[in-house]
Each structure stands twice: as structure tokens, then as C-alpha cells.
Design a protein around this ligand. Structure first.
Ligand SMILES: C[S@@+](CC[C@H](N)C(=O)[O-])C[C@H]1O[C@@H](n2cnc3c(N)ncnc32)[C@H](O)[C@@H]1O
Length: 376
């Protein structure tokens, strides 16, 4: 078994890594994983993540001064990942927010008990105005403001200066409305006024003051296979993590962030486009095999594919067997070089730790494969 080179973490000061934490994403992997892969493959010229989530791989590529491409089917993931490739000043973000809020109320305030309890009245009006204005904006500054707002939309209520706009809530996923209202009522937690501009200003300064230079790249919203088939670039390092088997709730768990991006003001339960929507394990293996085959078509000979994978405990499956079968089924020239438990990073940074509410996590594995043949 090959052991991946140790992470040269002292290369980056703590504050250069902050932008990576602009917004949590359910089942994100730790930055160490792509950084270790980049350190082990210094010959890399362009990086790909076909299931990019919040863009952790893309941020690692930026730190390593490399261009990268990310693909995800979830608009929330794409909105967060886009920020990882942008450099704007905190001042520009604050100016845009001030300009939008100074332009008067826009958009329709959603109705219902959840909204009355989740945000104080004036805070909600500000949020709705920002949402409405940003829906039509595509500039880098707007993309950064959007990602910052996704990151401050919900989270715990601090004792000191507020960091989040909502009433008490988890940061990683949005509680379901009926549950949240019951919780707030039971604990007598009325929403308090949180001025959006103040939180944006504090957060922008913290995240952007020491952000490293970007090195190019792009994030695509869409299905991995379809998007890969439309790309022209070639990659020599792929670092990715497909949805864990049994994990179908990416959109439902992020429903409040989905609303902010233009989605409905309630929980959408669909799994449209999600690869894990497959009815059974065989279909899931086939769907993954297609992704590895499409990835191979966009890679150079000798390219590395590093995959972190696991399964929900409720799925009762062997994630290692499932993943290795999918690579074999791809018939694309991927030769497995390394299989190991993803136990190297400290336990608390493991991706499966975030499955807390789904029960205790099964072991995660890291698999590294090399592209030896030319894909068909
Ligand atoms: C385990 S997460 C990736 C997390 C990522 N490594 C990070 O650090 O944030 C898997 C991602 O795959 C995305 N996904 C699921 N089906 C997809 C598909 N058919 N095409 C592209 N992305 C898909 C999900 O939306 C989810 O964001």
C-alpha cells in the first residue's frame, strides 16, 4: 500500500484558508484530502472534481496555484463553489450589499409561521431584498456576496456579535419548518434583529482579507457525465467524492439555502439528477461507472483519480466493494493503486462525522487509481 505524502500545511497561513469555510456543505470533505493529493502529484497542471460540492478541491487547487474545474447538480453547491475561484475585496462586497439594500424593498416576503419565527421582520425584509436583487446578477462580486449570504443564512445564535441572520438553527443543514417552529416555541426563542449589512461586513473582511490569488477555472451546474462530455480541457488530477450510497437528501437538507437561490419557500423532496437516486446498488454502480468513464475521456494518460467514499449506515452496503466494482465496470483504463481507510486525518475532520443525525457513520475509504490505457 502506498502512503500519500504528508500535507505541507505550514505553507499557508490560517487566514488564507478562511474563504474555504465561506459556507458549510453537508458531506463536504476536509481541505487536507485534496491538498495531500496535490502534494503527492506535483506534476499536476489542471484539476477536476466531477462532484465538487462546496468546491473544496477547487480551493486546494487555488492554493497550489493551479486551475480547476468543478461540476455539481445542486445549485447550492455551485453557488458556494463559485466563490472558491473568485477574488474580490471585502469593500466591493459591502458596497454591493449596501447599494442593494439602499435601493428599497424588493421581492415578496414568504408567509407562514416558519418565516415569522426564523427571522426578525426587518432582517427578513433585507434578506428578501438581497435574494431578489442577486437572482439576476452574475458578476464576481455578486457571486461572492451570494456565497457569503448562503453562509450566514442560518446558524447558532451567539452571545456576542451575531454571525448568522436566523433564529437558533444548525449551520450545516436547515431544520424542517414544523420541527424548527416547535423548537423555537418550546424554548421561547423569538427572533432578534440582526442587521444583514453588519454581518456581511464582518464576514467579508474575515474571509477575503487574506484570500490567495485565484488561478483560473470554472464551476458548472449540471450532471457530471453530460458536462464532462461537453468539456474540451484535459486533466491530470481528479479529486472527488460521489454522494455516499443511500444519501439522497442534498437538496432537502439545504432547503433554506435553495430558497435563497430562487427555490420554493418550503422543503423540496425531489432527488432530480442526484446520482444516488438510483433504485438499487447495481444501478448506482453503473451510474458511477459512467462518471469514471467520462472522466477518463477528459484525462491524460497517467492521470490520477483520488476518491473518498462511504455509505450511510442505513444503506447496509460495503462501500469499498461498491466503488472498486464501479471503477472496473467503467472499463476505461483506471488501475487501482491504493485503497485505505480515510483514517489519516483526525477523526473530527472526517466527512462522515457530519452524518450525525443519520446514525453512526461507517468507515470511509480513499481509493487512488491511475489511468494507464487510453479510454475507449
Ligand atoms: C459528497 S458530495 C461532494 C462534497 C465535496 N467533496 C465537498 O467538499 O463539498 C457529492 C456531491 O455530488 C453531487 N451530485 C450528485 N449527483 C450528481 C450528478 N449526477 N452530477 C453532478 N453532481 C452530482 C451532490 O449534489 C453533492 O454535492
Amino acid at each position: 500500500m502506498t502512503v500519500t505524502a504528508a500535507l505541507p500545511s505550514p505553507r499557508w497561513p490560517e487566514d488564507a484558508l478562511r474563504l474555504n469555510a465561506v459556507c458549510p456543505y453537508y458531506t463536504m470533505f476536509p481541505l487536507d484530502f485534496p491538498l495531500q493529493q496535490l502534494a503527492a502529484h506535483p506534476e499536476t497542471t489542471r484539476v477536476l472534481d466531477p462532484f465538487c460540492g462546496r468546491g473544496t478541491t477547487l480551493y486546494a487547487a487555488r492554493l497550489a496555484e493551479l486551475p480547476s474545474v468543478g461540476i455539481d447538480i445542486n445549485p447550492v453547491a455551485v453557488a458556494i463553489a463559485q466563490a472558491k475561484l473568485i477574488r474580490v475585496t471585502p469593500g466591493a462586497v459591502v458596497r454591493l450589499a449596501r447599494q442593494i439594500l439602499g435601493g428599497g424593498m424588493q421581492g415578496e416576503v414568504p408567509e407562514g409561521e416558519f418565516w415569522q419565527w426564523c427571522y426578525e421582520r426587518e432582517t427578513l425584509r433585507e434578506l428578501v431584498t438581497l435574494r431578489e436583487a442577486l437572482l439576476g446578477m452574475t458578476t464576481p462580486t455578486a457571486a461572492m456576496l451570494r456565497a457569503i449570504l448562503l453562509g450566514i443564512l442560518h446558524g447558532p445564535r451567539n452571545k456576542n456579535l451575531p454571525s448568522y441572520l436566523s433564529n437558533q438553527m444548525p449551520r450545516t443543514y436547515a431544520s424542517k419548518p414544523a420541527y424548527a417552529v416547535k423548537f423555537w416555541k418550546k424554548h421561547g426563542m423569538e427572533p432578534v434583529r440582526v442587521p444583514a449589512l453588519e454581518v456581511i461586513e464582518r464576514r467579508a473582511k474575515r474571509l477575503l482579507d487574506a484570500a490567495p490569488l485565484p488561478h483560473g477555472g470554472r464551476v458548472y451546474l449540471g450532471d457530471s457525465v453530460e458536462t464532462l462530455n461537453s468539456l474540451r480541457q484535459r486533466f491530470d488530477l481528479v479529486v472527488t467524492s460521489p454522494p455516499y450510497y443511500g444519501m439522497r437528501t442534498y437538496v432537502a437538507d439545504q432547503w433554506l439555502r435553495s430558497w435563497f437561490l430562487g427555490g420554493p419557500a418550503d422543503v423540496p423532496y425531489g432527488t432530480q439528477g442526484q446520482i444516488a437516486r438510483q433504485p438499487n446498488q447495481e444501478a448506482f454502480i453503473q451510474a458511477l461507472a459512467e462518471v469514471w468513464a467520462a472522466t477518463a475521456r477528459r484525462c491524460r494518460r497517467g492521470a490520477r483519480l483520488a476518491i473518498r467514499f462511504g455509505a450511510l449506515p442505513s444503506a447496509r452496503t460495503d462501500p469499498e466493494k461498491l466503488l472498486l466494482t464501479s471503477l472496473k465496470e467503467a472499463k476505461a483504463g483506471w488501475i487501482v493503486k491504493e485503497v485505505r481507510q480515510a483514517g489519516t486525518p483526525p477523526k473530527r475532520t472526517r466527512q462522515a462525522e457530519q452524518f450525525g443525525k443519520a446514525g453512526s457513520a461507517v468507515d470511509e475509504i480513499d481509493v487512488v487509481a491511475e489511468l494507464i490505457g487510453l479510454p475507449r
